[in-house]
Design a protein around this ligand. Structure first.
Ligand code: NOJ
Length: 953
């Protein structure tokens, strides 16, 4: 039996067969909504029903045809967010409201009712800046900010709400009469899939009948929309045609087709819209299958000829309509009013949480393959990295390490001594990550199965028995992670197949009428299954360490809020250039929807990458948040050293570049964790007022300092890099060549070139030496790359802690340093006085880019009063100053003073001194307390200039 199943379950290297997945026209609730909307039946607010209950304003809305009352609730939420909920006033039974995604009950602010015209209601926030204008008939909501209508809800009349009904057969004749508005003839029932929906050989019997919801949003003057992952599509959302909506339905799509709107592994029902001067967001909190249509009406100018002799012109503003449709649940939507991209990021994470702070090792390089065969194989691959001087942090084991795909077990023959193997990895300061899928082999001798069965931890079928479906181990049951009692408990973990993937199931997933804890149908929560899998796994890992250690869990399926539990990758991509290219927009979309820790399989999971592609993929991956090489089982081995010395060198360099930048990566993750800002950012986020950036998806920012333009074309010799910002300067991180912003430059590229540019005005912390893994680099020295702005100043940060525990949170054991360069002085000061973390690490090197003049001397001044002359090298050709062999403790305050010329220094010093606490761009970066630099130090250093210079040459 098992062997036969294995054959059927074998992996094919074929492009996805789209016929096994549904398009919109084969989705009954889509057809129903379209049919009904064509009838243009409207909803109306019953204004005399308006009440204020605690923190919400409530009123009834009623459809002229169905007459079933709906209850609408509007909330103001702290941080300029509105929430609109619409549910049936008295449903036959409770409708599903998504739990566990919101971090806590959002704190509300009072909305004050202001008198509107008869026929409308106005609710304003306390300052009166934001208002909701509710028009009664037909029902419409306008969101107004400072007299500008930003968004209108239901202006197209697409509000749709199927109220729960008694099954046709069970109704009385009177009830059927009352329901005449909904056409329920037998023929139509089948076609519209009210109680039963067919797809191929599958029949979905719906216990609750039709229950879908929908609503439209018109975004005024917005033409650029982003978000709603996961699709293998461009970063900017495209207009949809009939039947081609973006689908949010988590599915296992092996070798997914690119530039396609079909649903793949995960869903975040949240989109952002951006225009010059404002960014907004719509978060549609619904975990059932969801479709999103987008339709932009561009601005048009009409000439009005009937206006007399002079023709008048009238401009109709552009707008984009967004139509959300979900199969079930309620309407629960959050409107994030921005106005800046970072405000919207903050508003969204206020609701769903921020990116979990990852353990440091997980930002290193990960080596995976389906499968590393046995302990010997693991040992050899591990040794290979050392032999070739390539750092890596984690070895990964796929499903074959288990006893017949029984997760949490070891295949005794291949892995007879897993403990010893782990000890070996530990001795190298490396980690092991093993896979754990949500399907559990049905086997009465398998303790995990028996325990879960006995305790009722599996999803059930309609008959109340454990649901059974086929996956890697053969017949399996599926853990019900929505049951609060279920949890897993192994070290670092990889959650796969958690859409959930069910071979031979409809669209390769679970029947929608399977039953979860609380008697909820799977249809209600399909998109959140993977979220719960990762949540339970992360919580299990935390419990294992008794709450001390940060977990690391990679998941394939995800939902809004998954960022709280770890990392996400883009699933089964293909070893082709086009997949390398699309990994950028896919990761950008994940990043702006809260999921900063994301990556794509390096090299492409399916197929064998040509060597050039593999190198380019490593180079791109080194500059993407989650960095893992992975390949499917029937591919050729592709460890970095298998392609000849030259290619080994290129891959080594890319990985080492990643390790060198780890202090910057870690600091960016801290920033994502505490301040909600994405690690990997589309250009429009950093340059929101530059129209040209709005469509860019072949380059991106890491934080606000680095611009990366990975090479994604074969045999490239030149890439066109757009460097934004007319007041900006950019420095090539390799050659230090300097470019003015606001133009596209042609950058020559060889196979070892990764086009990365540092923005003038930033300080990037790096490590000056790279070890075998992050664990070997704890003590190694720092370097600071100071890139001067056009004004000659720079700022940057470094965040540092033990890299693995929660002490940073509970005991404030961290260091957060700020570097600011102004008037030729670099200052290291504390960015957060609450944090303490002992570190002996020193800053060993400071590189100043864009210094036009050769200094006469450089001295450092530490907080204990010590002054040191510093040896330096100045390169006039590249305008770089290199201070080497420094020994400045990273954790303490100090300054490095660069003396350019005596006269200039005096003025420079004087203005810096005067600028403390002032609005001067440099002054604002300085600590409010007086600097350690005083007039006497200045005098002292001036008198020592010549000898310092002598020692520097
Ligand atoms: C599918 C995953 O996407 C892939 O990464 C993994 O190797 C296989 N499942 C086998 O576990």
């Amino acid at each position: 039996m098992e062997a036969a199943e294995k054959e059927e379950i074998s992996v094919k290297d074929e492009a996805v067969d789209k016929n096994i997945f549904r398009d919109c026209n084969r989705i009954a609730f889509y057809r129903r909504q379209k049919q009904w909307l064509s009838k243009k039946s409207t909803y109306q607010v019953l204004l005399d029903s308006v009440t204020t209950v605690e923190d919400s304003t409530r009123f009834q809305i009623i459809n002229e045809a169905s007459k079933v009352p709906l209850l609408a609730e509007i909330y103001g939420i702290e941080g300029n967010i509105f929430r609109l909920k619409i549910n049936e006033e008295s449903p036959l039974k409770p409708r599903y409201e998504v739990p566990d995604v919101l971090t806590s009950k959002p704190s509300t602010v009072r909305l004050i009712p202001c008198s509107g015209d008869t026929g409308s209601l106005i609710l304003a926030d306390e300052k009166g800046d934001l208002r909701c204008h509710i028009t009664a008939n037909p029902f419409k909501v306008d969101l107004v900010s400072e007299e500008e209508v930003v968004m209108s809800i239901n202006s197209l009349g697409q509000l749709y709400f199927e109220h729960l009904q008694i099954l046709h057969k069970q109704r009385t004749a009177k009830e059927n009469e009352e329901e005449a508005s909904v056409d329920t003839s037998q023929e139509n029932q089948e076609d519209l899939g009210l109680w039963e929906e067919k797809f191929g050989k599958f029949v979905d019997i719906k216990a609750n009948g039709p229950s879908s919801v929908g609503l439209d949003f018109s975004l005024h003057e917005f033409e650029h929309l982003y978000g709603i992952p996961q699709h293998a599509e461009s970063h900017r959302l495209k207009n949809t045609r009939d039947g081609d909506a973006y689908r949010l339905y988590n599915l296992d799509v092996y070798g997914y087709q690119i530039y396609d709107k079909m649903g793949i592994y995960g869903s975040v029902p949240y989109l952002l819209a951006h225009k010059l001067g404002r960014t907004i967001g719509i978060f549609w909190l619904n975990a059932s299958e969801t479709l999103v249509e987008i339709n932009t009406e561009p601005a048009v100018e009409y000439t009005l000829t009937q206006m007399g002799p002079v023709a008048a012109k009238q401009k109709v503003r552009s707008r984009t309509h967004v139509h959300w449709m979900s199969e079930s649940g309620i309407i629960d939507v959050f409107l994030l009013t921005g106005p800046t991209p970072s405000d919207v990021f903050r508003q969204y994470s206020h609701l769903t949480g921020t990116q979990a702070m990852p353990p440091l090792f997980s930002l290193g390089y990960h080596q995976c393959r389906w499968n590393y065969e046995d302990e010997q194989d693991v040992k050899a691959v591990d040794a290979g990295f050392d032999e070739h001087d390539i750092p890596y942090d984690a070895m990964w084991l796929d499903i074959e390490h288990t006893e017949g795909k029984r997760y949490f077990t070891w295949d005794q023959k291949r892995f007879p001594n897993p403990k010893k193997m782990q000890e070996l990895l530990r001795s190298k300061k490396r980690k092991l990550v093993v896979i754990s899928d949500p399907h559990i082999k049905i086997d009465p001798d398998y303790s995990v199965y028996v325990k879960a069965k006995d305790q009722g931890f599996f999803v059930r079928n309609q008959e109340g028995e454990d649901f059974e479906g086929v996956c890697w181990p053969g017949l399996s049951s599926y853990l019900d992670f929505t049951n609060p009692k279920g949890s897993t408990d192994i070290l670092f973990l990889w959650n796969d197949m958690n859409e959930p993937s069910v071979f031979r199931g409809p669209e390769q997933t679970m029947q929608k009428n399977a039953i979860h804890h609380g008697n909820w149908e799977h249809r209600e929560l399909h998109n959140i299954y993977g979220f719960y899998h990762q949540m339970a796994t992360a919580e299990g890992l935390i419990q294992r360490s008794k709450g001390k250690e940060r977990p690391f869990v990679l998941t394939r399926s995800f939902f809004a809020g998954s960022q709280k539990y770890g990392a996400v990758w883009t699933g089964d991509n293909t070893a082709e250039w086009s997949y390398l290219k699309i990994s950028i927009p896919m990761l950008l979309t994940l990043s702006i929807t809260g999921i900063s820790f994301c990556g794509a399989d390096i090299g492409g999971f399916i197929g064998n990458p040509e060597t050039e592609l593999l190198v380019r993929w490593y180079q791109a991956g080194a500059y993407q948040p989650f960095f893992r090489g992975h390949a499917t089982m029937n591919t050729k081995r592709r460890e970095p050293w298998l392609f000849g010395e030259e290619y080994t060198r290129l891959i080594r360099e890319a990985i080492r570049e990643r390790y060198g930048l780890l202090p910057y990566w870690y600091s960016l993750f801290y920033h994502a964790h505490v301040a909600s800002q994405p690690v990997m950012r589309p250009l429009w986020v950093e340059f929101p007022n530059e129209l040209k950036t709005f469509d860019m998806e072949d380059e991106y920012m890491l934080g606000s300092a680095l611009l990366v333009h990975p090479v994604t074309e074969p045999k490239a010799t030149i890439v066109d890099v757009f460097l934004p910002g007319s007041n900006e300067v950019w420095y090539d991180c390799k050659t230090f060549a300097c470019w003015e912003g606001g133009c596209t430059v042609k950058i020559p590229v060889a196979l070892d070139t990764i086009p990365v540019f540092q923005r003038g005005g930033s300080v990037v912390p790096i490590k000056t030496t790279v070890g075998k893994s992050t664990g070997w680099m704890t003590e190694s020295s720092y370097g600071l790359r100071v890139a001067l702005s056009t004004k000659g100043s720079s700022v940057g940060e470094l965040y540092l802690d033990d890299g693995h525990s929660f002490q940073y949170l509970h005991q404030q054991q961290f260091l957060h340093r700020k570097f600011s360069f102004c008037s030729s002085v670099l200052i290291n000061s504390s960015a957060d006085q609450r944090g303490h973390y002992p570190s002996k690490c020193v800053v060993e090197q400071i590189l100043v880019l864009g210094l036009r003049k050769e200094p006469s001397s450089v001295i450092t001044h530490s907080s204990d009063g010590k002054e040191q002359p510093v040896a330096f090298m100045y390169c006039a050709k590249t305008s770089t100053l290199n201070l080497k062999k420094l020994s400045l403790n990273i954790a303490t305050d100090w300054e490095a003073l660069i003396w350019l010329a005596m006269r200039q220094n005096i003025t420079t010093y004087q203005s810096r001194y005067d600028a403390h606490g002032s609005t001067d761009p440099c002054g604002s970066l300085l600590p409010a307390a007086p600097s350690v630099l005083t007039a006497s130090t200045l005098q002292h250093s001036l008198t020592h200039t010549s000898s310092h210079q002598a020692s520097s040459t």
